[in-house]
Design a protein around this ligand. Sequence first.
Ligand code: ACO
Length: 274
Amino acid sequence: MSLGGSAEAVSASELSEKELAEIGLRFEVDGEIGTITLDRPGKRNAQTFATWSALARIGESLPSQVRVVVVKGEGPSFSAGIDLRMFTPEGVPGQGSFASVASLEEGDFEKRIADAQRGFLWLRRPDIVSIAAVQGHAIGAGFQLALACDLRVVADDVRFCMKEPALGLVPDLTGTKPLVDLVGVPRAIELCLTARTVGADEAVRLGLAELAVPVAELGQAVQDLAAALLATDRGAATATKRLLQAAPGRTLTEQAAAERAEQVVRIRTLFASG
Ligand code: ACO
């Protein structure tokens, strides 16, 4: 998928382009658009702890001009979820296995999960809009990575599946809240506990995706959406996203107050003289 222009490969934090490649990631910045590519297509972009800490470091060192972050996967699938070697005694070289983390002290164990979650949480920052471009399978951690983004544009061959409960686990990469926010508790229970697959039409109908397009048009559709988002003033976009994100947790009166507070700042910024 090309986002047009001359994308420049950049290093995230201390991670070099080569280190990112070894983890199976690419990160490119083209003007105000940053693109994260899961780039292990031969393994269907399976994710590891290294993937998640690299994602966190990309977020921490995001160039300030970036306003839209696109998350996509190379090859036929967005992501087949966690690297299944985690379930084996050998695990993922240098990263351990579920058996090795199972013996960690409780605090260390939870910290390990919190570190992984940091790779997902920054995608909801109010000063950026994140878009997942999802084709093929998005299973488990792959589904959760798509859910971590503000918006999802899917190809008509998309296959979402929350497989964790079927493997004896819970979805713990920050996916449960956005899933419930999008589809409601009953549907979320049904999807998670049956681990059934959701295709493109149903994904749009349930609100899991904003838009479904033929697979060949996915890149262009994301580029068009990014361009439309970037046409809005950054300050207004950030303040509006902040308001919208907080709305479900507020009363109407509280939200009205929050609107006033944000608007005072907007109008002063735009019109106050001197
Ligand atoms: N971890 C590690 N390797 C994987 C994974 C994975 N999650 N998924 C696929 N691969 C590897 C396969 O082992 C295979 O490797 P090989 O060519 O060296 O044998 C290669 O990727 C291609 O996989 P295929 O199964 O041949 O690809 P296909 O396109 O036919 O199927 C699919 C794709 C449906 C995604 C299938 O690979 C699959 O079911 N993968 C496992 C999904 C899963 O259970 N993920 C865990 C979810 S739970 C969680 O994320 C916490």
